[in-house]
Design a binder for this molecule. Structure first.
Ligand SMILES: [Fe+2]
Length: 549
């Protein structure tokens, strides 16, 4: 079966193509439209579809619209109720629902030739659940699944279990109670962009103390399998911050308090699910809250599960994949676990070389691009690393990455400057899988960078650039069998420096989506103090352009 998955309803529009149960392409619309998060998270934009990414998914697989068996849309307007009835203050919610009802017609206009009858609505949290439970590596047993989200049609959370590819829901928390909306509210109060900058709040939390945890335990209570969130007067704990305004200790303390309460609630929900599922050994997690890698790490360390797997596109973008997997299952296909997050666009070596020629850039083809990059990194240079297909989800995982030396304490400032980011934001390490345990404690393997780890004390001074203020790091483990070129780069860097770690952050500048095309990589290279552009097997050195280094 050929099923195209579409996420369009709230934010992070994306498309995914599943053929015979296997995902063959998945991409977020922002990588094509170059608009961060694809669109504004407001009801007025609910009609906007991931037209470019959907068309690319089909073209990349050589499938035309006629060849599709179904289109899976990750929201079911048939489940919706009045916003007032749900306790939401969203006067335009009805418009969102109305747009969703007309999605089959909108899709038929966006994908000419599509029969609107082929569009199937998938409940939002079933789509999130499938993106975790059906895409996770095979557990051989039941897989418990926890969706922790802002909102779907009428709920904010779903707990269930996958048995033999079928989801049995066990509990869902009805709106307006929502851990995701709670965190979004706090994000807004701290002057950040909600549905976008929640990870900044998580980073800020590590600078504060959970002074308000007692009060928050009263305001955010766990019930039997769910939770209740009272209306919270944020200003009683810290004054509101204007957009881009100055943050003080009180704001870090508030962030720390909410983060701590979130972690406690997530742990409680996971324990309830473990019992209700009859002790499923594996937990798969998705939903926007599942991008909170500090909470994920606690869940893995203190929760009852043997393994915890988090969908790399845990936010709404991942529902495109989940919806498609769910419908493929309904049509009789067995899901094949996803092998990696590199599901987006890629270019052949010939195409990359043609782009370099067109740009008239002086380039070489070294014997090993990994060794070439490692040499520049060892010399404390910054490398724009562009290899293979782009990542699905918000993390750069060695395909569209900006790399640097982890041993120089000044690297964080330089990288945040290159990217125009706040200085309190940590930067993350990638490490060769076989060296992980020597340097870090915590979840292993961690190929998708969705957990924080403790840096072993003896290593903190050796890799200061990636050691956050609280002694943690958000590690990506690199496995030679799945990421041979990155593994080679790390091995070569270690040979030169004795450090098996490289700084890895996303290849973009502030406010822009990650680089997707070779041309965007060259544009970034030309506009930021980057020493080497490693474009596939080709090297472009800044010094060859007459630059400073
Ligand atoms: Fe969602």
């Amino acid at each position: 079966m050929r099923v195209l998955g579409i996420n369009a309803i709230f934010h992070d529009p994306a498309a995914a193509l599943v053929v015979d149960g296997r995902v063959v392409a998945a991409a977020e619309e922002e990588r094509f439209s170059r608009r961060k998060h694809g669109k504004r998270p407001v009801p007025f934009s609910a009609w906007e579809l991931p037209e470019l990414s959907a068309a690319w998914c089909l073209a990349s697989a050589g499938i035309d619209v006629d060849g599709l068996d179904a289109v899976a849309y990750s929201f079911d307007p048939g489940l919706c109720r009045d916003a007032d009835e749900l306790g939401l203050s969203d006067p335009w919610d009805w418009l969102r629902v109305d747009y969703a009802r007309r999605a089959p017609q909108f899709l038929a206009a966006a994908l000419p030739g599509l029969d609107p009858e082929k569009v199937r609505f998938v409940p939002h949290h079933v789509a999130h659940a499938a993106s975790a439970g059906l895409a996770a590596p095979p557990a051989g047993d039941d897989t418990a699944v926890l969706v922790l989200d802002g909102r779907g049609e009428v709920a904010s959370h779903l707990a269930g279990v996958y048995r033999d590819g079928r989801l049995s829901p066990l509990h869902s928390q009805q709106l307006p109670h929502s851990l995701g909306l709670l965190y979004e509210d706090l994000t807004r109060h701290l002057g950040f962009l909600h549905s976008s900058d929640e990870y900044k709040v998580m980073a800020l939390a590590s600078y504060g103390r959970p002074k308000h945890l007692g009060m928050l335990r009263e305001l955010v209570r766990v019930t039997d399998g769910g939770f209740q969130v009272e209306r919270i007067d944020w200003t009683s704990m810290a004054k509101a911050v204007a957009a881009g305004g100055e943050l003080a200790e009180e704001h870090a303390d508030l962030a720390s308090s909410v983060q701590a309460r979130l972690e406690e609630v997530v742990l409680d929900l996971s324990r309830w699910l473990y019992d209700a599922s009859g002790g499923a050994p594996t937990l798969a997690v998705a939903g926007g809250v599942a991008l909170n890698c500090v909470a994920n790490a606690r869940l893995a360390a203190e929760g009852p599960y043997r393994d915890v797997w988090v969908q790399p596109a845990a936010g709404d973008a991942g529902t495109a994949l989940g919806a498609a997997l769910h419908v493929a299952g309904e049509l009789g296909d067995r899901s094949v676990p996803m092998a990696g997050a590199d599901l987006g666009r890629g270019w052949s070596d010939e195409e990359l070389e043609a782009e370099l020629r067109r740009a008239a850039l002086p380039y070489t083809r070294p014997a090993s691009i990994a060794a070439e990059a490692a040499r520049v990194l060892a010399d404390n240079g910054i490398v724009a690393w562009y290899q293979g297909r782009s990542e699905y989800g918000p993390r750069a995982l060695g395909h569209r990455s900006l790399l640097a030396h982890p041993g120089d304490p000044d690297t964080t400032r330089r990288m945040n400057d290159v990217k125009g980011r706040e200085q309190f934001r940590p930067i993350a390490p990638m490490v060769r899988a076989e060296r992980f345990a020597e340097l870090f404690d915590g979840v292993y393997p961690s190929p998708y960078m969705l957990f924080v780890h403790r840096v072993r004390p003896e290593w903190r001074d050796r890799i200061p650039a990636v050691t956050h203020v609280d002694g943690t790091a958000r590690v990506q483990t690199v496995h030679p069998e799945t990421e041979p070129v990155v593994a080679e780069l790390l091995a070569e860097f270690e040979r030169r420096t004795g450090l098996p770690v490289v700084v890895n952050t996303s290849l973009n500048t502030a406010g822009r989506p990650m680089v997707d095309t070779p041309r965007e990589a060259m544009e970034l290279f030309g506009s930021a103090p980057v020493d080497l552009l490693a474009l596939g097997p080709f090297a472009v050195h800044r010094r060859a352009l007459g630059g400073a280094r």
